[in-house]
Design a binder for this molecule. Structure first.
Ligand SMILES: Cc1ncc(COP(=O)(O)O)c(C=O)c1O
Length: 435
């Protein structure tokens, strides 16, 4: 049975693959805007004061981040270079949230210079931070014990096995140090889960966080300016799962903030979120081609989507739906691999694919917008792919494909190698000119 062509923002994947080549990342601009509006209006519908940041680590192409900034997002940066990305988008100061890990003095100084909101992950860093300067506004990322937080979703970012956040034992000390150093505007942050799929997880985390910070704030006599419940909003990577009900997330979080603040004698703070995946995840696709169909111990679909093009499946066993454009009907079990010389590059070891699949077919890896291109690399000389944005029925390149010249450009090379590279480039351009 012939399946319909897969389209992204109205453009067929076959046309995109032909025009730009594969492997290729493609993003649907309207989907990104929709994702932002859905969350933002849910939060604003249930709570009076809200700030939404985009965790630019999820997809750092400035043309993608710009779509979100145009909708009103700030940027959550994880490093000085991500702060610079945010500044390139016209943002400054408190429109930038800075949530780093193991920050060096240079990293701290960069945040101070930029006047960002510091979201500090380790109270041990405060001595070095205050020796360098004083943020006007800051928060602390708290890491509750896994039993304390046990949310209905997994909690990989909290508890003893997580590298993130401040142990509850040190929370009071952290806030006291900030106050003693003259920081007057304080918030609190927690992000114990990622890819959370149940609305109640967010309310649960929020309640726990306020129970933890409430007594500390009362004892030290400060009010919370903001309450940041992180990102972590999940998307349904498996089509059979329902999408996260963000209206329920907002409603339940708003209710618990009001209740817990009243209980702890706190004024209701501004509510902050900084999702990454939720905004861009389902708006991105990787297009590749079936290059070979190898028969052996199993049938292996060899594609040009390798572990270095999309690292998530081999990096942490992430599931992505994969479709073969225009193919349907009967299926057969097959493996799918890329072109990299590693056995882990068999990133699907067995799944049902259309039996009529053929060499040259376009492969579409779904939900690739978050933690996709940002994690690509050039192992085996397989170069980082291009990125294309589809908007209003038009496509345009927003990052060119890496070239061999990119691969060698940052190597510091001896004269003989440089000479050979120049000669080879001259020959290649001569051949191209000669047709
Ligand atoms: C502090 C912080 N905020 C936000 C995010 C974005 O998470 P997600 O893409 O799951 O929304 C992350 C992801 O690692 C994070 O560490």
């Amino acid at each position: 049975m012939q399946e319909a062509e897969i389209k992204i923002g109205g453009i067929s994947v076959r046309d995109l693959a032909e025009q730009y080549g594969t492997p290729l990342y493609v993003y649907d601009a309207e989907r990104i805007r929709d994702n932002f509006r859905r969350l933002s209006s849910a939060l604003r519908g249930h709570y009076p004061e809200v700030s939404v940041y985009y965790a630019i680590k999820a997809c750092n192409n400035l043309e993608i981040a710009k779509l979100l900034v145009e909708q009103g997002a700030g940027i959550d940066a994880a490093s000085p270079n991500e702060i610079r990305l945010a500044q390139a988008l016209g943002l400054s100061g408190e429109r930038i949230l800075y949530t780093g890990n193991s920050l060096s003095d240079d990293d701290l100084a960069a945040g101070l210079r930029a006047g960002v909101i510091f979201n500090v992950d380790d109270h041990g860093v405060l001595k070095r931070l205050f020796a360098l300067g004083r943020p006007r506004c800051m928060s602390f990322r708290i890491n509750p014990s896994s039993e304390d937080i046990a949310t209905p979703d997994l909690t990989p970012f909290a508890g003893p096995s997580a590298k993130f956040g401040i142990h509850p034992r040190f929370v009071e000390e952290a806030y006291r140090t900030a106050l003693e150093n003259g920081v007057e505007r304080l918030g609190v942050h927690m992000m114990p889960h990622s890819q959370a799929s149940k609305p109640e997880s967010f309310a649960h985390v929020t309640g726990k966080l306020l129970d933890l910070i409430g007594p500390v704030a009362r004892k030290l006599g400060f009010q919370l300016e903001f309450l940041d419940i992180g990102g972590g909003l999940g998307i349904p990577y498996r089509r059979e799962l329902p999408p996260l009900d963000v209206d329920a997330v907002a409603r339940e979080v708003a209710a618990v903030v009001r209740r817990k603040c009243a209980e702890h004698g706190l004024k209701t703070p501004r509510l902050v979120m900084e999702p990454g995946r939720y905004f861009v995840g389902d708006a991105g696709y990787v297009l590749g081609r079936v290059i070979s169909i190898k028969q052996g111990y199993r049938t292996i679909l060899g594609t040009d989507i390798s572990m270095n093009t999309m690292a998530r499946p081999v990096m942490y066993g992430a599931y992505h739906e994969v479709r073969i454009n225009g193919r349907g009907g009967q299926t057969a079990p097959m493996a799918m691999t890329g072109q990299v010389c590693e056995n882990t590059d068999m990133w699907i070891s067995e799944r049902e694919f259309p039996a009529e699949v053929a060499e040259g077919d376009v492969v579409v890896l779904m939900d690739a917008g978050a933690y996709g291109h940002v994690m690509s690399y050039d192992y085996n000389g397989r170069l980082r792919p291009a990125e294309v944005l589809v908007d209003g029925g038009q496509s345009r390149l927003i990052r060119r494909r890496d070239t061999f010249e990119d691969l060698v450009s940052r190597m510091c090379l001896s004269e003989d190698i440089q000479k050979r590279l120049r000669e080879a480039a001259g020959e290649a351009s001569g051949q191209a000119a000669g047709g």
